[in-house]
Design a protein around this ligand. Structure first.
Ligand SMILES: NC(=O)c1ccc[n+]([C@@H]2O[C@H](COP(=O)([O-])OP(=O)(O)OC[C@H]3O[C@@H](n4cnc5c(N)ncnc54)[C@H](OP(=O)(O)O)[C@@H]3O)[C@@H](O)[C@H]2O)c1
Length: 209
């Protein structure tokens, strides 16, 4: 598939490497522009190229959002992502690293409001980037792999993201709707930054996690 990745740091850069390795074509964008990504895309090989945010979003059939949630100006133009599967990996932290108080709403519901028409899936939020970088095991059965949680209101979009998760060697685990499932993945929850296998993840959810 063609995949646009907005944010080329710890999470975006790692996702890019894993997806390229799985045979996908990726366009990567950051705040400083394509020239600043030359070395990174050279390391990733011919399936990766640097782009502006708008061009990466236009390129992708699937778009990953891996920028600071507190910076909505990083988001691609709505028209570039309308109708596309958009993966929201962003967590609501302040610049000082404090979890932002969003009241009754959740960060991915807000992202969905900011990108009307996008088929939003919340995923890759609870996994530490170094675990993402090193723990993919396509050779293991799903129940034994490291879990990556997904939430969203579009079943076909979730299935597509789950397939990508499986291709890079992790176990996709559905936590439910964007509202309730997304809440289960917020910072401070039992699922957040607690490494677990697919089997352990299902048990944690069954126990109310
Ligand atoms: N680190 C983790 O383990 C982890 C795990 C799960 C989820 N997350 C979430 O993933 C997101 C990214 O985290 P990270 O650790 O990967 O951060 P990071 O290493 O600081 O990377 C952030 C990326 O976002 C880009 N960016 C920032 N502002 C932008 C803008 N206005 N327009 C375009 N690009 C912009 C940065 O580009 P420049 O460098 O050019 O500014 C950089 O490529 C956050 O929301 C975080 O909560 C992180």
């Amino acid at each position: 598939m063609k995949i646009g990745i907005i944010g080329a740091g710890r999470i975006g850069g790692t996702v890019a490497r894993l997806l390229v390795h799985a045979g996908h074509d990726v366009a990567l964008a950051n705040s400083r522009g394509p020239d600043s990504l030359r070395e990174l895309v050279a390391r990733l090989g011919s399936r990766a190229h640097a782009a502006t945010v708008e061009d990466a979003a236009a390129f992708g059939e699937v778009i990953f959002l891996a920028t600071p949630w507190r910076s909505p100006e990083a988001l691609p133009p709505t028209a570039r992502v309308a109708g596309k599967v958009v993966v929201d990996a962003m967590n609501p932290y302040s610049a000082e690293g404090q979890v932002l108080d969003l009241g009754a709403t959740t960060s991915s519901e807000e992202t969905a409001r900011r990108l009307p028409g996008a088929r939003l899936v919340k995923a890759f939020n609870t996994i530490y980037f170094e675990h993402l970088a090193t723990r993919g095991r396509p050779d293991l059965p799903l129940e034994e792999r490291h879990a990556i949680f997904l939430a969203g209101d579009d079943p076909a979009a979730k299935r597509l993201v789950a397939t990508l998760v499986e291709q890079i060697g992790f176990a996709p685990v559905d936590t439910g709707s964007l509202r309730e499932g997304g809440r289960r993945q917020q910072p401070g929850t039992p699922l957040y930054n607690h490494p677990m296998t697919g089997a352990e993840a299902r048990a944690a959810l069954a126990a109310g996690g």
